[in-house]
Design a protein around this ligand. Structure first.
Ligand code: ADP
Ligand code: MG
Length: 245
């Protein structure tokens, strides 16, 4: 049995057709072991977001295989794919994507409501408590700091108890102190809850919180570092990005 929460085999994603074809991902084979924390790095346009979206079932590859647990996504109808995403995958974005007219607790309850379930107050409070925001349940996003908003977004992603949590630059809009709080929560989700976390980041300090960093260039995997500190990660990134002038 595979110990990967998610496995990608030879995954490619092209955008457009004919002369205008753009390659987002080019033959990526990669597994995300259960209970591990992976950071994804690479220059702008290297395919990091495309990789996450394909792995999370938010986008369909042009070719190749994505398996979540034992389930091959390619054969699934849109409806089955939506259900699988809802039950097994959480996603947080750089821009938080909270609904401004809803309170924190209403935002957190939303995925369960959309699934046609009536979320218990205790479950919503527990999710907010998990991110240290039980006392902000009635606040609207506009009344919260950026770090607090991202923690609400994390609580919303956790309310369905997903096996895998994806973050596309989840600390990209935060200052370093609040970014560290979010990274600590992501680390705890792996260490305490046994979840699998996959995070895109530009920040070597953030990437050093992961167990492993994988590097993308032009849609291809170009290597990985296990258990590296920020200095080694930064040195590798500098090598990938080349001189600025
Ligand atoms: P990253 O997240 O590393 O910055 P992306 O995955 O967003 O990179 O993009 C990878 C490549 O695919 C880029 O060349 C980008 O312009 C292209 N791309 C991404 N999304 C689309 C799209 N919807 N339509 C056309 N090209 C796209
Ligand atoms: Mg991106």
């Amino acid at each position: 049995m595979s110990t990967d929460a998610i496995t990608l085999r030879a995954v490619s994603r092209q955008y457009g057709t004919g002369d205008g074809t753009v390659t987002g991902l080019d033959g990526v084979t990669l597994g995300f072991p259960r209970g591990s924390f992976t950071a994804v790095m690479g220059p702008s346009g290297s395919g990091k977001s495309t990789l996450l979206q394909c792995a999370a079932g938010l986008d369909r590859p042009t070719s190749g295989s994505v398996r979540v647990g034992g389930t091959e996504l390619a054969g699934l109808s849109e409806r089955r794919l939506t259900l699988l995403r809802r039950d097994r995958i959480g996603f947080v974005f750089q821009a938080f994507n909270l609904l401004p007219s809803l309170t924190a607790e209403q935002n957190v309850a939303l995925p369960l409501r959309l699934a046609g379930r009536r979320p218990s107050r205790a479950r919503v409070r527990e999710a907010l408590d998990r991110v240290g925001l039980a006392d902000r349940a009635r606040h609207h996003p506009g009344e919260l700091s950026g770090g607090q908003q991202q923690r609400v977004a994390l609580a919303r992603a956790l309310i369905t108890r997903p096996e895998v949590l994806f973050g596309d630059e989840p600390t990209g809009a935060l200052d370093s102190r609040t970014g560290r709080e979010v990274l600590r929560l992501l680390r705890d989700m792996v260490d305490q809850d046994g979840r699998t976390v996959v995070m895109v980041t530009h920040d070597p300090v953030a990437a050093a919180c992961a167990d492993r960093v994988v590097f993308l260039v032009d849609g291809r995997l170009t290597g990985e570092l296990d258990g590296a500190d920020a200095g080694r990660i930064a040195a590798r990134m500098t090598g990938l990005e080349g001189a600025a002038c």
